[in-house]
Design a protein around this ligand. Structure first.
Ligand SMILES: [Zn+2]
Length: 586
């Protein structure tokens, strides 16, 4: 447990506005700030920051909480690591004895095991056993400097190499399994998961070895084996080589399909290349890229799978608002091959001449229609204007409209009119989609944190309103405590929250969102911060009297629920309940 005084100082020094604004560009709106939510893709801002309560809430996806919860989610850290992150940010030293937290300890052990494993694999590569693997790298054209830079290695063809070495270094079997380095056979013995593979360590932006990719040397299957998810590794939260790319000093990031391509590009001097990790590109990847760059250059294979991947990535990246350019490699080669055959200078030219995605997609649309027929022209115009309607910048739309008009021999006004109609249609669809998303997300958010709320709507909403008032006016707790017993709370989650508030009140501790983040998960924090947000919006009813009215509703619901299962009650209990209900009405 961290002392309150420490958290208090941490929060005072890390004011939420400055922390969040390094991830989200915020605009002031009245007393609050708004911006595009970093937790879900959106084009109109629904992410709200409330400096007064030092909290945030997104109306789009229901994410919410205090500054620690924000860092927890955006940096994908545990509570204790998020606190450490914020402490580092302002030069505070963590109090001692805080690392007895089991999960944090396990993460540290996994990272240590990974680092050791990377070291052992690398050493093995340069031993007699690793000769074929080293030949493989050299055949691919990797220099020893590149191999060292990326910490590449070799996992020998043994079931016990890594297990035995790491056991010698004091790692337990459970730690090796948690790190996804070893598995357990049906007979219960522990064995290496990576065998006879060239090994590529995956390193996060903080320099930790968080996972491995392993590729076979021959034609056996699977060709690539990647670490599964572990407490330190989530595929969608990481891009291979982002640790180097973010220091490349380049304005763009180059997105490739695989890590072999990335390594080849870095060796050729394109140190801003990254790749998703053995999984398809996701919205999380897109948001991660948008945090480090304003422009992405996509390089995808010319085959059908590659093209499909590119389309997907374009859509997701577009949602983040960054610029996108596309490079297609002539003759369907991959970048590695192209650079080998033509040299880095020619590749640099390809990058410079890369079309932005609109040009590229217009060409693709054009290919689908027969422009020599008038039907073909009409359909082309329809598809092309639908595409241009996606552009946010009116100037950009105008440029392409002019080009399209000339190409098809129609007036520019006509093209622009069609684009505007498409925009209106899209906007309407988007709004409808957004509305239903908001409703759905709000429901799941509440459902995850407090599943009982759906079955006790009246009681739960009174509880939420009461807790919201109490979080904003902790001084009411002294009175409310005398009138409402925790057992009378209808839903278990709200009962637990009420108990937390009461015990913090008794210990004279702070009762604000930030002090709850240690005990509550991110989803629960979102639910709690929604209570606070909703209460803030009913400013006029933030009174003790109003709080007491909610208490009465809760008690009434509690009594009713007691009667819903009368068979569970003894006759005396039923009499007792009826009597108290009568008293309440008086
Ligand atoms: Zn959101």
């Amino acid at each position: 447990m961290l002392p309150d005084s420490f958290i208090q100082e941490l929060i005072a020094k890390n004011d939420i506005e400055s922390v969040v604004s390094s991830y989200v560009s915020l605009k002031r709106r009245g007393r609050n700030l708004v911006g595009l939510c970093p937790f879900h893709g959106e084009k109109t801002p629904s992410f709200n920051l409330y400096p007064e309560t030092a909290s945030f809430y997104c109306f789009g996806c229901g994410a919410g909480g205090d500054v620690i919860t924000f860092i927890k989610r955006i940096e994908n850290l545990s509570y204790i690591d998020a606190v450490k992150f914020l402490a580092d940010r302002v030069g505070m030293t963590m109090p001692e004895h805080t690392f007895d937290d089991g999960a944090a300890k396990q993460r540290v052990r996994i990272l240590e095991a990974n680092r050791e494993a990377a070291r052992l694999y690398h050493k093995c590569l340069y031993s007699e056993t690793g000769k074929t693997a080293l030949d493989y790298y050299h055949r691919r054209g990797y220099t020893d400097a590149t191999i060292r830079h990326f910490g590449l290695g070799y996992a020998p063809d043994s079931f016990w190499f890594l297990r035995d070495e790491l056991r010698k270094k004091g790692f337990h079997d459970e730690e090796l399994r948690a790190a996804w380095l070893c598995g357990r056979s049906q007979k219960g013995s522990i064995y290496d998961l990576f065998r006879n593979r060239v090994m590529i360590p995956i390193i996060d932006v903080r320099g930790n070895v968080i996972a491995f990719g392993g590729r076979v040397l021959d034609d056996s299957k699977p060709k690539y084996l990647n670490s599964g998810e572990t407490p330190v590794f989530k595929k969608t939260n990481n891009l291979f080589a982002l640790n180097f790319a973010k220091q490349s000093g380049q304005k763009q990031l180059i997105l490739c399909e695989g890590y072999m391509d990335v390594i080849a590009l870095h060796q050729a001097g394109f140190t801003n290349a990254v790749a998703a990790l053995g999984t398809s590109f996701t919205a999380d990847h897109a948001r991660l890229m948008a945090r480090y760059t304003d422009e992405a250059i996509l390089i995808f294979d010319a085959d059908a799978a590659g093209q499909k991947g590119a389309q997907r990535a374009i859509g997701l990246l577009r949602d983040t608002g960054i610029n996108i350019r596309l490079v297609s490699i002539p003759d369907g080669k991959d970048p590695d091959e192209f650079i080998k055959n033509n040299g880095p200078e020619r590749f640099k030219l390809l990058l410079e001449r890369s079309a932005n995605d609109v040009e590229y997609r217009l060409i693709e649309v054009g290919k689908r229609h027969l422009l020599t027929t008038s039907d073909g022209k009409v359909n082309y115009l329809k598809d092309a204007t639908a595409l241009l309607a996606e552009l946010h910048n009116p100037l950009e739309r105008e440029v392409y409209a002019t080009r399209l008009a000339t190409e098809l021999g129609v007036s520019k006004e006509n093209v622009l009119l069609q684009i505007n109609n498409q925009i209106k249609r899209r906007r309407k669809q988007q709004q409808e989609r957004q509305m239903s998303q908001i409703v759905r997300r709000a429901e799941t958010m509440q459902g995850k944190a407090n599943p009982e709320a759906a079955k006790a709507v009246r009681g739960a909403s009174a509880e939420e309103a009461l807790l919201g008032i109490l979080l904003l006016n902790p001084e009411f707790l002294a009175t409310i405590e005398k009138e409402l017993q925790p057992e009378q709370m209808i839903t278990a989650f709200n009962r637990r929250l009420y108990e937390t508030l009461l015990s913090r009140h008794h210990e004279a501790k702070f009762i604000e969102l930030s002090y709850l983040a240690e005990e509550y998960e991110a989803e629960e924090m979102a639910y709690i911060s929604k209570m606070v947000k909703d209460s803030r919006e009913r400013v006029s009813s933030l009174t003790l009297d109003q709080a007491r009215r909610y208490v009465q509703v809760i008690q009434h619901e509690h009594e009713l629920r007691g009667l819903q299962n009368p068979e569970d009650l003894t006759p005396e209990q039923i009499q007792e309940k009826l009597k108290t209900m009568k008293q309440m009405k008086q």
